[in-house]
Design a protein around this ligand. Sequence first.
Ligand SMILES: CCCCCCCCCCCCCC(=O)SCCNC(=O)CCNC(=O)[C@H](O)C(C)(C)COP(=O)(O)OP(=O)(O)OC[C@H]1O[C@@H](n2cnc3c(N)ncnc32)[C@H](O)[C@@H]1OP(=O)(O)O
Ligand SMILES: Cc1cc2nc3c(=O)[nH]c(=O)nc-3n(C[C@H](O)[C@H](O)[C@H](O)COP(=O)(O)OP(=O)(O)OC[C@H]3O[C@@H](n4cnc5c(N)ncnc54)[C@H](O)[C@@H]3O)c2cc1C
Length: 669
Amino acid sequence: MAAVDGGEVDHLAGERATAHFDVDAMKVAWAGSRHAVEVNDRMARLVASDPVFRKDTRTMLSRKELFKDTLKKAAHAWKRIVELRLTEEEANLLRLYVDQPGYVDLHWGMFVPAIKGQGTEEQQKKWVPMAYKFQIIGCYAQTELGHGSNVQGLETTATFDPNTDEFVVHSPTLTSSKWWPGGLGKASTHAVVYARLITQGKDYGIHGFIVQLRSLDDHSPLPGITLGDIGGKFGSGAYNSMDNGVLRFDHVRIPRDQMLMRLSQVTREGKYVHSDVPKQLLYGTMVYVRQTIVADASKALSRAVCIAVRYSAIRKQFGSQAGGPETQVLNYKTQQSRLFPLLASAYAYRFVGEWLKWLYTDVMQKLEAKDYSTLPEAHACTAGLKSVTTSATADAIEECRKLCGGHGYLNSSGLPELFAVYVPACTYEGDNVVLLLQVARFLMKTVSQLASGKQPVGTTAYMGNIQYLMQCKSAVNTAGDWLNPAAIKEVFEARALRMAVNCAQNISKAPSQEEGFSELSPDLLESAVAHVQLIIVTKFFEKLQQDIIGHGVKEQLQNLCNIYALFLLHKHLGDFLSTGCITPKQGALANEQLGRLYAQVRPNAVALVDAFDYTDHYLSSVLGRYDGDVYPALYAEAWKDPLNETVIPDGYQEHLRPLLKQQLKFSRL
Ligand SMILES: CCCCCCCCCCCCCC(=O)SCCNC(=O)CCNC(=O)[C@H](O)C(C)(C)COP(=O)(O)OP(=O)(O)OC[C@H]1O[C@@H](n2cnc3c(N)ncnc32)[C@H](O)[C@@H]1OP(=O)(O)O
Ligand SMILES: Cc1cc2nc3c(=O)[nH]c(=O)nc-3n(C[C@H](O)[C@H](O)[C@H](O)COP(=O)(O)OP(=O)(O)OC[C@H]3O[C@@H](n4cnc5c(N)ncnc54)[C@H](O)[C@@H]3O)c2cc1C
């Protein structure tokens, strides 16, 4: 049976007509500038119009086919980047819209930044141009079979041999095998390897080394190196396009100058010298990537929300008893109360991601000038925001799948693959719980310094207002009062501070700081989440203070900001009540206001997801199509499944026919 033809109609035109704002101006607010809209659009369309970048049959490919397809796409993307002389910004976007995880992500996302951040100028001059021209392919080999979170616990050794001026890189145990690095399994020729530096008989802890893994002539592993892929991962398609790898070293020798020596050096004689920079700069690449992961969260979340909103406007159920039309599921208040907070979160993460990028750039400039004072805050912000936004996004993608009912479970909805690709973000680049505990540690330090009169700055500046925030009571009296940014900010600040102070007080009752921290760690996690949510809410309000142009755009963003904040208040009502920041009545008023805000978003919902400006190719979802022509597309998609290549399935003769024709009968029948 062939596919049914779809019409040329925009089934969502009615929805688009009800929008109260200028969608093109909203595109600018979302993307950050008119230039960003233009370049995003151009790169997305370039990818969408190129048959090599098709991805509609991806989930049906075998692992080998998928990997080969990824190599093909990466090579083709590079060819186009060179042919069209794309700028770095354009090239990054082109890769983003190709939308298939692969070795290039780690090559550009971690290998190059690691060399730039931790290599000397000389090392950068030698290695970066080769990496930029793809004469070498690199990955980031830190995690081992036995240790990922605990970086200080890594076991791989790099022992200096002064006789030959080389390091001997070795995997002393099974658990020291490098395990997980993306791009390592099959593609990379080089890696930045993290290993314990041993010289003159002393262990100086973890350092980075550039190690060649494969021959540049025939790609075979170099002597002493064992490596391969670690095996299939969660979901079909999805992250299986990536060759996450295993790597073992058997006394592999590398020249001394392949230790990344910007932060510390080993001299020709084997003397260890540490520069006067904080040793945590070794973790700089992780800080950089965590910051990019926050921006990625808004991308992934907005994709899922775009699919769920458009489909919810098309899908109709119930309400036609009198012969009238059925109800669009988007009109159900339950659908709105599940979906609109996710829509608001997508915008919130987009703006906090923008701010985090600014913070990161600012910290980097300060580091260049040898000012290391903002490093702890940069670490806490990147770790905390990475954790909160990825956990919420992973949950939200799954919620969007459910919001699309049964069809959301089909691969052709795009949601299963999006979830499977996205969910490891909660683990990679730092397990989300481990990272939140880092934030909590930073908060406990800040609280303990309050007593000494040290004024907190940046994202913890609110803690300086401790006298007021520990005893204030919200003055909200009506549902409308919750639209006042000051009222929202006050309760979020009071909640975060009171939770942190409670933890600090309880820790101080324990026999030791360490025992108290461990005992209180579940509470500390919640305290860290409260602090990070305050940052997101605050940055959304700050965004609204900026010059936002376009008819109705600011009003829509205000609604979304209020939804984001009041939804969090509703979700974490227990925190706000138990810390005495609000009364149960005020909690109920917040919920009442939320309902009103959802009603205001409803006519704008489709236009608000249109403002993400995603092509159908990037969305890769029959449910999220721009034209809303969902049913013919679903129908056509089914016939593409390999199972439908023949009318009679493979296996009929061996297993179905004998069963159907069997003469044996159960004796009881
Ligand atoms: C375009 C680009 C696209 C990119 C796409 C990429 C694709 C993505 C694909 C996926 C790719 C996935 C790729 C991958 O997955 S790569 C592998 C990622 N691995 C991890 O993230 C491991 C997580 N673990 C750690 O980071 C450390 O072990 C932690 C932090 C847990 C402990 O650490 P440690 O054992 O040392 O102990 P400590 O807790 O006593 O801390 C000691 C002090 O250090 C401070 N501190 C700690 N950390 C930092 C920091 N970072 N900056 C500044 N400071 C820092 C800390 O506050 C404390 O300060 P103080 O309290 O003493 O003052
Ligand atoms: C898809 C993917 C890609 C990756 N790519 C790379 C890469 O390119 N390069 C690379 O080097 N690595 C990579 N990794 C590895 C990744 O960085 C680690 O898996 C991650 O840091 C988590 O470490 P772990 O696996 O050791 O988890 P574990 O630490 O073993 O976590 C197991 C459980 O223990 C809990 N836990 C651990 N420590 C604590 C603690 N102190 N307190 C409370 N709870 C704790 C965690 O919350 C978790 O629930 C990748 C991983 C994945 C899944």
